[in-house]
Write a protein that binds this ligand. Structure first.
Ligand code: NAP
Length: 434
């Protein structure tokens, strides 16, 4: 009997796992189950709308979805429609590849004020995620603070400052495009709690700031060290040095050359969100870095702003029926093994770091485990039982062929230089199929 495998989640971790399983397990039946109708997880809903080439990886995932051994079941929520325990009853193996969809909590006073939002929600909003399309962040502000100096913070700062023409070449939903175009925003402050050499953004993303139509990066020379001090690997040192070189280049730019500015502010740790019901500013403590950690100096300063986006890292969410490490936001596992017949891959396995391809080794190691654990084949019904379960519960699953029809409608709806017109309501996607 084939080994029946259910992969929960259709982001990079899910697809890399499916590809590795199809490659390395001889007789296998792989079902990728996704809560949303559309596949690809963070590639669709997280990767920045102005980074369309990064989304080309979907072509590779598509080839995996079309393999004889693979089926896609979109619009099925594991937890609500089908319990994890039920899935484990009917499949030999279940791989959880559900990512880290929540924001790490920002633990300072004032985060309950209107105008404070987490990066996960904000990014989902401008990417047209069906659950976040209605959150309508108020962009009627002249200044915004983005806490964190990672690539997510960079994406958000940049998206807020793109010109009308730059936005028109993205697949941003109309509501987000209008909100950004109509916003009077001129200044975005990216806030790093440690020093300039400790920033987590990568150099390609940092360099992008210099090429924006209407926005100039602003860096103060007094915040920049001459070189990288500390005990780093050669690679890490080089990456830090490259960022410092770029920051030094930015420090001599004319801040008023264009109409908008992204200020890179370092050694600034958030201590309080200011304002009455709404955000009016953010209070920061100046820091110095000791043994790689930010230490407060007792000097405080405020930046007036009407929007605060906390881009301080993502966090996994618990799944009923699986163990969960609340502190780390991951499913505890041993190299992807969670329990008998239960595995994890991607951000829910190892935490929210790395680029899309970083998920590939997770898929490969899960596939290796499954090959070892099921060397005599499988003994559970898998797909057939799952289909019956969906039918009995009246759950309308979206197949990959269905998704291709939905996608064709998205591509056909694109106007001008836009790559696609995303559906942001699941019912509208399903209507394409009727
Ligand atoms: P990240 O790279 O871990 O950056 C998080 C940032 O938040 C860091 O600057 C961190 O500072 C800061 N931070 C954390 N807790 C804080 C606190 N309490 N107060 C103030 N600052 C705090 O995470 P991310 O930006 O969410 O990105 C997640 C992963 O996705 C990363 O590996 C990233 O490279 C990847 N990604 C890649 C791209 C791309 O390739 N274009 C795009 C988006 C995301 P410390 O360093 O001091 O902790």
């Amino acid at each position: 009997m084939p080994v029946s495998v259910a992969i929960v989640g259709s982001g990079p971790a899910g697809f890399y796992t499916a590809a590795a399983l199809a490659d390395s397990v001889d007789d296998v039946q792989i079902d990728i189950i996704e809560r949303l109708a559309a596949p690809y997880g963070l590639v669709r809903d997280g990767v920045s709308p102005d980074h369309q080439t990064t989304k080309n990886i979907c072509r590779k995932f598509e080839k995996t979805a079309m393999l004889e051994s693979v089926r896609y079941f979109g619009n099925v929520d594991i937890g609500r429609d089908v319990k994890l325990a039920e899935l484990r009853e009917i499949y030999d193996a279940v791989v959880l590849a559900v990512g880290a969809p929540q924001d790490r909590a920002l633990d300072i006073p004032g985060t309950d004020k209107a105008g404070v939002i987490g990066a996960a929600s904000f990014v989902y909003w401008y990417n047209g995620h069906p659950d976040y399309r209605n959150i309508a962040p108020d962009l009627d502000v002249s200044a915004a603070a983005v806490i964190g100096v990672g690539n997510v913070a960079m994406d958000i700062a940049r998206m807020l400052c793109l010109s009308e023409a730059e936005l028109a070449a993205t697949d941003l939903p109309e509501y987000a495009e209008t909100a950004i175009n109509e916003s009077p925003l001129t200044d975005v402050y990216m806030l790093g709690r440690r020093g300039a050499a400790d920033a987590k953004f990568t150099n390609v993303e940092l360099r992008e700031l210099a090429g924006m139509d209407e926005c100039t990066p602003v860096v103060r020379t007094e915040q920049l060290p001459d070189g990288v001090e500390g005990d780093y690997s050669d690679r890490d040192k080089r990456l830090r040095e490259r960022n410092l070189e770029t920051l030094w280049e930015y420090s001599v730019l004319d801040a008023d050359a264009k109409s908008k500015r992204i200020h890179l502010e370092f050694n600034a740790s958030p201590v309080e969100i200011l304002g009455q019901d709404r955000v009016e500013g953010i209070r920061l403590e100046r820091t110095k870095v000791e043994d790689g950690r930010a230490v407060g100096t007792g000097e405080f300063f405020d930046i007036p702003c009407g929007l605060v986006v906390a881009a301080i890292g993502y966090h996994g969410a618990p799944i009923e029926g699986a163990p969960f490490d609340e502190k780390r936001g991951i499913i505890p596992n041993e190299d992807g093994r969670v329990g008998e017949g239960l595995y994890a891959a991607g951000w829910i396995k190892r935490g929210p770091t790395g680029v899309i391809s970083s998920n590939r080794p997770d898929g490969v190691s899960v596939a290796e485990h499954l090959r070892d654990d099921f060397s005599d084949g499988g003994n559970k019904p898998g797909r057939q039982a799952f289909k019956t379960m969906l039918q009995d519960r009246n759950i309308r699953a979206v197949s990959f062929e269905d998704w291709k029809k939905i996608e064709a409608a998205e591509l056909a709806g694109a106007e001008g230089s836009r790559p696609r017109k995303k559906f942001v309501v699941i019912e509208d996607m399903l209507a394409v199929l009727d």
